[in-house]
Design a protein around this ligand. Structure first.
Ligand code: AHR
Length: 496
């Protein structure tokens, strides 16, 4: 099969916001407890209770931002439960995720410490559903106020004399569902009330994020902004971000799928582009200068419950197919760097499309982790346009026949380095492509490929490198022919 790729370095899209490579960690199953957090007394090596191996591996992929404490959990989380001496913290029930008992040992300070150790910005999701404006404004004051008010002194007594400087604040989560079952108009009214009292302190201007739709629902977005803008088309309150959620879901199960189901899921992942383009277009009607950023603060695969695991804990295996979902999605973000400002994969550890799986002291880096590692070089780069002429592949979804291009990708330039990333979704056939780099003189390039002969391959605790990126050097010129293996993710990096 033949394809043609033309990279157009002079056709800039926008700077790729590093926050497009963001993360999400919720009190759900073993994401926090037994995942990120093992406690100071654990035999598992830790830094102040935080798993050392996760910290080290996370740091390597330069996580720009991480969202916490939920998810649905955010709208039933009361931050005061998670500060102060651990022995005094209440034991609460996690109503959303299996009614497990939460000891609140991982709270604001532990999360901020984790962010500091992995080098990510914190993004706190506030409680609108079961909380109050006062509770959330106090959380902001507790974290960010820089003079000795009572809350700042309490923060200091709890170990952080300096303000924590939290910029990103979500005003609830999934307001249309577990965040309070609002209609868009009621949520807009609620949002206004919250935004009025969430104030900037010291050197940390807040970035306030409103709840966007479930998937690409135009109705939620239009009605929310219509109500927020009022008749005079002025928002009358601060809003910096608007966050949709997009789960591409599943086809088959996490590890068992036919070739048609392989394509079906990858095709669903491709659907995120339509969301980004259409949601941004609706926002543009109200915000033509794009002062409000479109965010996707939850995305990823969501497979059926894994037999033998608590179905409320959303633990799933992560195969080569999940890696292709991640790569397709990140390439889509890069290509739409002018429309999207942040995205957070769901979730970091042991939940949904996790980057890390843990079992006692063992840790596995999933294929999705490797894609984040391979693609991190795009962060902060200048997205540039690529033209890809690719053969298509046909597949069946039930009775219906569908097609999708086999090859897709994105490109960026950072300093003097050009990075091009591709996926070949074809399950069996390599794609031979002609790569055109106009006005480019021949040189060596770094090639990194993630693939496997088995479409269902995944990393095991006892065999953690079934899937890991293979690196080599190739020679590339203005006009080069290259073969992309079936079911593969490829990164090419070279000096311009
Ligand atoms: O990521 C799991 C859940 O999915 C989140 O808690 C919720 O926001 C979404 O429905």
């Amino acid at each position: 099969m033949q394809a043609k790729i033309t990279v157009l370095p002079s056709e800039t899209i926008a700077t790729i916001n590093p926050n497009l490579y963001g993360h999400f960690a919720e009190h759900l199953g073993t994401c926090i407890n037994q995942g990120v957090w093992v406690g100071e007394d654990s035999k598992i090596p830790n830094i102040a209770g935080l798993r050392d191996d996760i910290i080290q591996a996370f740091r390597k992929i330069a996580p720009p931002v991480i969202r916490w404490p939920g998810g649905c959990y955010a709208d039933d989380y009361h931050w005061q439960n998670g500060i102060g001496p651990k022995r005094d913290r209440p034991k609460t029930v996690n109503v959303w995720w299996g009614q497990t008992i939460e000891d609140n040992h991982f709270g604001t300070h532990e999360f901020l410490n984790f962010c500091r150790l992995i080098g990510a910005q914190p993004y706190l999701a506030g409680n609108v559903g079961s909380g109050s404006v006062r509770e959330m404004r106090d959380w902001v004051e507790y974290c960010n106020y820089d003079k000795p008010c009572t809350l700042a002194m309490q923060r200091s007594a709890n170990g952080s004399p300096m303000p924590l400087g939290v910029k990103y604040w979500g005003v609830g989560n999934e307001a249309w569902g577990c965040g309070g079952n609002f209609c868009p108009e009621d949520y807009a009214a609620e949002y206004k009330r919250y935004a009025t009292y969430l104030r900037d302190f010291g050197n940390t201007p807040l970035y306030l994020i409103a709840c966007g739709p479930d998937g690409n629902k135009a109705d939620w977005t239009r009605r929310f902004f219509k109500k927020l803008a009022g008749a005079d088309q002025r928002f009358g309150c601060r809003i910096h971000g608007f966050a949709a959620h997009y789960y591409c879901g599943t086809a088959g199960t996490a590890t068992e799928y036919s070739t048609d189901q392989w394509y079906e899921l990858l095709h669903k992942a491709v659907g995120v582009e339509q969301l980004i383009v259409e949601q941004r277009a609706i926002m543009d009607e109200f915000d033509p200068q794009r002062k409000i950023g479109l965010i996707l603060d939850e995305w990823g695969t969501w497979h059926p419950p894994t037999p033998g695991r608590n179905p409320n804990h959303l633990w799933q295996q992560n195969t080569l197919r999940d890696a292709l979902v991640a790569a397709i999605t990140l390439d889509t973000f890069n290509r739409n760097a002018d429309k999207l400002v942040m995205a957070n994969i769901a979730q970091a550890v042991n939940v949904l499309q996790a980057l890390f799986l843990t079992e006692e002291e063992k840790l596995v880096l999933t294929p999705t982790y490797h894609v984040f590692d391979m693609y991190q070089v795009h962060q902060g780069g200048r997205g540039v346009r690529t033209e890809i002429e690719s053969p298509t592949v046909s597949f069946a979804v039930g009775e219906e026949k569908r097609t999708m291009p086999t090859l897709a990708g994105s490109a960026s330039i950072k300093g003097s380095m050009l990075t091009i990333t591709f996926t070949n979704v074809h399950a069996r056939i390599p794609i031979e492509a002609e790569i055109k780099l106009p006005a480019f003189s021949a040189r060596d390039a770094e090639l990194t490929v993630l693939t496997h002969a088995d479409l269902h391959a995944y990393n095991l605790f006892d065999e953690p490198e079934v899937l890991s990126p293979a690196r080599s050097i190739i020679h590339i010129g203005a006009d080069t022919r290259m073969t992309f293996s079936p079911a593969s993710v490829t990164v090419i990096r070279m000096k311009l």
